[in-house]
Design a protein around this ligand. Sequence first.
Ligand code: ADP
Ligand code: MG
Length: 326
Amino acid sequence: AVPLVVAINTSMAARNGMLVRDRIAMEQARNLDTIVFDKTGTLTEGEQGVVDVATADEWTDDNVLALAAAVERDSEHMIAQAIREEAQDRDLSVPDVHGFEALEGRGVRATIEPEAVPAAASDGVGSDSTDSSASSNRRAGSAERDGHAVAVGGPNLLRHLEVEPGADLERFADEAGSRGEGVVYVLRDERVVGAVALADVIREASYEAIDALHEMSVEVAMLTGDDADVAHSVADELGIDTVFAEVLPEDKDVKIRELQEQGHLVAMVGDGVNDAPALTRADVGLAIGSGTDVAVESADVVLVENDPRDVARLVRLSRKSYRKMQ
Ligand code: ADP
Ligand code: MG
């Protein structure tokens, strides 16, 4: 039988927009000393907008954006959505691609149809004309037949490909990062041809959520696949104690385990497919409202109202019930 207090507890939680899938986790919430939040879509609105573009050499902003929008056509990522919208707002003609591939936690890649290249060549998208080195001519020659390999992704992707962005684009990324903006790079044939700065907005409720948790002596951490500069700027703004940035999806649960091994009782709050293993690993897994099915399935409690303040309310509710039980 379910103890009466716990039953009251869960129905109270339900009235407060919390769907309890695991009652034991609900009870454990009173002892949590560390809460780890996913950043994008959890602490922030998760809606990105393009705020700036930088290019290499003969490339123009529009050419870089058209190329990026082409590769992002089939991606569901918020960054992809923002890039497609910007290309649309600018009335850009977006070339066709094939062989689309999502590189989890890093970016996307595809191949631009060879026939799409000549049409774009006149405005620079398909042209290497100002680059006269023999090796680059050979590359361009084979690209004429097979199409250009194009990729869009964050600093993670560049590290993975072992490609450098060049001094100008690096400066652009540093400046964007210091403003709290994220940067994705656009690559063609493994050469960085441009960078796009995107900004996300911190959710108003996140400030209160973190203050409330601190008042209850709960430590707050952030876990994200995003760039360290962006993550730290959001964390500083919110007063978050610990930041785990540039964490690959397959490593998110490892960070939770490390905290547990240090003796912490840990909750994870997330919305994405990427967060599912960490939600499962945590002592209390909290899926937030607009979350994916996978996140919801992996969570102990679903915060239906999509409000980060409900994390603090959950801890408070659990602590109150515990006092009643004694
Ligand atoms: P988060 O953990 O913040 O939700 P993700 O794990 O989804 O982020 O992605 C991590 C990083 O990988 C992003 O910040 C971005 O740099 C890059 N990335 C992922 N998907 C895409 C995409 N479709 N287009 C461009 N960059 C991407
Ligand atoms: Mg997310």
